[in-house]
Design a protein around this ligand. Structure first.
Ligand code: GDP
Ligand code: IMO
Ligand code: MG
Length: 431
């Protein structure tokens, strides 16, 4: 098997966790390269449900080593809790979870700043996950953040450095937001304790990935969020603060382009978005509610109801092109089982104009109305299908249309939440 990158093709929550888990059996490494605990990647194994926020989705496979890459922002309190949760379920974590020394430390003041900023923005708020992501990346870009490598400093140095950072964040909290300060000494002492347990996980990622560069070890890159939430290529400003597109896999891992291998975009058979910002194919009425219930579309991190809509090919083609996807995987096909009609946006109409190229500016999206093509539903369950030929003809027609219009092969179709509920289609779905 080649190396592979898993990227969210839409607005996040496409089922990346399920796919990474399903593909992890034969790899040496699974690496998360960007984002932080804003991600919520769900894996169902029998009657057990695991929701991972920081730990890569390869962790459920005993032989796999997992790396939190340098492009991530890591909340050590959240990481400790997540590791404990997994260990309580009998999953070994400690000996095979590693964290890049260069990853940023996400601190309690980042979370408070995130909340305070959202509150101040009121109606213009982004609808963040409140996990401190934007403020932590801001600290990175302005070169003031603490990093995971700082966890290896002598305790008194780490404590002093942390107190300095908290005090300067407190100035911003009180001056710009009139928000309560963070208790500097308490946070610094807690971080020193965390450093004792998390310090041993810290590695030089360059050194750890030597085998990957040499081609003797295989790696799966696990993206978080999705293409439309990318800081540069998404619907700015309604985006996250990292590169969730392909560039993030390079900068966030430190591996060269030749190590990427296959680039697989994950797309739901419809579309969802959580948080604010444009979503051209959103269904606001009962149709949207029905999709939400059928798909269990509630956020894995915040529990918020996800906005639901139809598959959008203008957005999809953009996502395939921006990331150079060599194949896509369509998930949650089973969620459409009961529908008699399934719609796909093939273009946008803006007044008299028909648009097939995704607009450069998110501000232009609200005036775009989707132009739909309708497909008959299959109106029977697909969860038991394991081969393409098991699928109803109407489902295959729908997938063939997506494949042709996206201009890249559909290499897998997920028909249920469990690891085995997959149809692998390495040569595509068009016969
Ligand atoms: P991620 O953030 O991309 O990993 O996706 P989430 O875990 O946030 O959301 C995807 C949800 O859909 C999870 O609850 C998965 O268990 C579930 N899921 C994934 N694939 C399928 C599928 O093919 N069918 C169904 N019914 N559920 C799926
Ligand atoms: P996974 O990896 C869906 C959204 C938030 C908000 C915007 C900015 O599970 O697909 P942030 O907290 O990052 O500053 O919020 O991005 N968002 C996600 N939406 N899935 C995610 O992750 C998301 N991570 C962030 O809802 O609109
Ligand atoms: Mg998610």
């Amino acid at each position: 098997m080649e190396n592979r990158v898993i990227i969210g093709g839409q607005w996040g929550d496409e089922g990346k966790g399920k796919i990474v888990d399903a593909l992890s059996r034969d790899v040496d490494w699974v690496l998360r390269y960007q984002g932080g605990a804003n991600a919520g990647h769900t894996i169902h194994l029998g009657d057990q449900k695991h929701v991972l926020h920081l730990v890569p989705s390869g962790i459920l496979h005993e032989g796999v080593r997992c790396l939190l890459g340098g492009g991530m922002v890591i909340d050590p309190w959240a990481l400790r809790d997540e590791m404990l949760g997994l260990e309580e379920k009998g999953i070994s974590v400690r000996n095979r979870l590693h964290v890049a020394a260069t990853a940023q430390l996400l601190m309690p003041y980042h979370k408070r700043l995130d909340e305070a900023r959202e509150e101040k923005l009121k109606r213009r708020s982004i609808g963040t996950t409140g996990r401190g992501i934007g403020p932590c990346y801001l600290d990175k870009i302005q070169r003031t953040g603490l990093r995971m490598g700082d966890m290896l400093l002598p305790a008194d140095t780490l404590e002093r450095k942390t107190i300095e950072k908290v005090l300067s964040a407190n100035e911003v909290l009180s001056q710009s937001y009139d928000a309560d300060p963070i208790p500097a000494k308490v946070v610094a002492e807690e971080l020193v304790v965390l450093a004792q347990s998390l310090g041993p996980l810290v590695v030089n990622a360059y050194e750890a990935l030597t085998g990957v560069r040499a081609g003797t070890e295989r790696i799966l890159f696990e993206g978080a969020q999705g293409t439309m939430l990318d800081i540069d290529h998404g619907t700015f400003p309604y985006v996250t603060s990292s590169n969730s597109t392909i560039g993030g896999a390079l900068t966030g891992s430190g591996l060269p382009p030749r190590c990427l291998g296959e680039i697989n975009g994950i797309f739901k058979a419809y579309a969802t978005r959580v948080g604010n910002g444009p979503f051209p194919t959103e269904l606001l009425g009962t149709e949207g509610d029905e999709l939400r219930e059928a798909g269990g579309e509630y956020g894995a991190t915040t529990g918020r109801a996800r906005r639901c809509g139809w598959f959008d090919l203008v957005q999809g083609r953009y996502s395939v092109d921006i990331n150079g996807m060599t194949g896509v995987i369509v998930t949650k096909l089973d969620v459409l089982d009961a529908l008699d009609t399934i719609r796909v946006a093939t273009a946008y109409a803006n007044g008299e104009e028909e648009i097939t190229v995704f607009p450069a500016l998110g501000e232009d999206l609200p005036s775009c109305r989707p132009v739909y093509r309708d497909f008959p539903g299959w109106e029977r369950p697909v969860a038991g299908c394991r081969r393409l030929t098991d699928l109803p003809a109407a489902a295959r027609k729908y997938l063939e249309f997506l494949e042709q219009e996206l201009g890249t092969l559909i290499v897998g179709v997920s028909v249920g939440r469990d690891r085995e509920e997959m149809i692998w289609t390495p040569t595509g779905v068009t016969t």
